[in-house]
Design a protein around this ligand. Structure first.
Ligand SMILES: [Zn+2]
Length: 377
């Protein structure tokens, strides 16, 4: 079991992080004349058009689902608080000023060790913990990269033990509604002010409706964490697309969902009900190679696809949220403002918090490229 044998990331490359220096991206706007310092006009929110490239300020991003970043795995019991702070500093360079470290299906002991590390980092960007599993489907496909032996029936008592271990910081739980005990847990979580998401599921449409009635309000990475083959209709994807009570988180990296699927899902949910997440793992921001996701060894290939070698399922992503914003404009045809809201104000409102800080951004509409020039505050 992983508790007895914590694995180390095979390739970790840590940058020197020095307090305030890590808090803002050193890259600035590059013009024909060389580097240009960010101006006060940006901070005032004024936009500047230059050959189609546009500059703007915007509230910071909030990522509801981050398993790790920049060589750091939040699901590794050997990770240190310093490494959590390093991951947060690199995410900030991509615009993320708040995030939920996500701990996937694991034993209580492993969860406790990982949650304590995240909390001991005392990192202001950590807005709480996303508990993804262990109350999910045991089926191949639906389970995704979660290990079958870590999956468990839903239990209010088990959740309370995890919440105690996390010092009350679990803010979001992803579960499968068809798992025994799930509906009672959904009702308990709703009554406790904890957000409930549907994910890693093989539920019937009726079970989706029951979960919504009990208090589920989000679909976690809709279209992923499910069987490769489904009845054409009805099925739980249509049911979640049709449920206006559910927001949907999407991983828009070009690997998890084809562009036409992203476009269709965004139009079905409407842009206001979509949040962008990365589901990033330690491989994010790193070169191709082998990385760790909890007890799993994951290979990041040259195309940016992260998977357990020999298995068809993806295992998290190497996506950053600034790239997700550009991709959703490209794939779904939404405006930049709609895409930015999916990464900042909408996930923040979903959690019931304010976005933190502001970002100086540069948008190139010809390339669908968003650059974070500086994260302020
Ligand atoms: Zn997942």
């Amino acid at each position: 079991m992983r508790d007895a044998k914590p694995c180390r990331v095979a390739r970790r490359h840590f940058l020197a992080v020095t307090g305030g220096a890590a808090c803002s991206l050193t890259a600035v706007s590059v013009t024909a004349g060389g580097a240009e310092a960010p101006s006060a006009a940006w901070r005032a929110g004024r936009r500047q058009e230059a050959g189609g490239v546009r500059r703007l300020t915007h509230p910071g991003f909030l990522d509801l689902q981050v398993n790790g970043f920049a060589g750091v795995d939040f699901n590794d019991t050997a990770t240190t608080p310093d490494q959590v702070r390093h991951a947060a500093a690199v995410m900030r360079q991509h615009g993320v000023t708040r995030f939920l470290p996500t701990i996937i299906s694991s034993s209580l002991a492993t969860f406790e060790a990982c949650a304590r590390t995240v909390l001991r980092a005392n990192e202001p960007a950590v807005a709480g913990i996303h508990l993804e599993g262990p109350y999910i489907s045991t089926e191949d496909g639906a389970r995704g990269a979660h290990r079958r032996e870590d999956v468990a029936p839903a239990s209010i008592d088990d959740f309370k033990r995890r919440q105690d271990a996390a010092e009350g910081r679990i803010r979001l739980v992803t579960l499968a509604p068809e798992v025994p005990g799930a509906l009672a847990l959904v009702e308990h979580l709703r009554a406790s002010g904890i957000r409930v998401a549907i994910g890693h599921t093989a539920a019937s449409p009726e079970q989706i409706r029951e979960a919504v009635r009990a208090g589920a309000t989000l679909s976690t990475h809709l279209g992923n964490g499910c069987a490769n083959l489904l009845p054409r209709h009805p099925n739980f994807i249509w049911e979640q697309l049709a449920a206006d009570e559910l927001m949907a988180s999407l991983i828009v990296d070009g690997h998890h969902l084809p562009p036409a699927t992203v476009k269709t899902m965004v139009r079905a949910k409407t842009p206001r009900r979509v949040v962008l997440v990365t589901d990033a793992i330690a491989a994010a921001g790193q070169p191709p190679g082998e990385y760790q996701l909890g007890a799993l060894r994951v290979r990041l290939d040259e195309t940016g696809r992260a998977a357990v070698p020999g298995q068809p399922n993806l295992a998290g992503s190497a996506l950053s949220l600034d790239r997700a914003v550009g991709n959703v404009v490209k794939f779904a045809g939404v405006s930049l403002e709609e895409a930015l809201a999916m990464a900042s104000t909408q996930p923040a409102a979903y959690l019931g918090v304010e976005p933190a800080g502001s970002l100086d951004l540069e948008w190139d509409p010809a390339r669908f490229t968003l650059r974070v020039l500086r994260a302020n505050g």
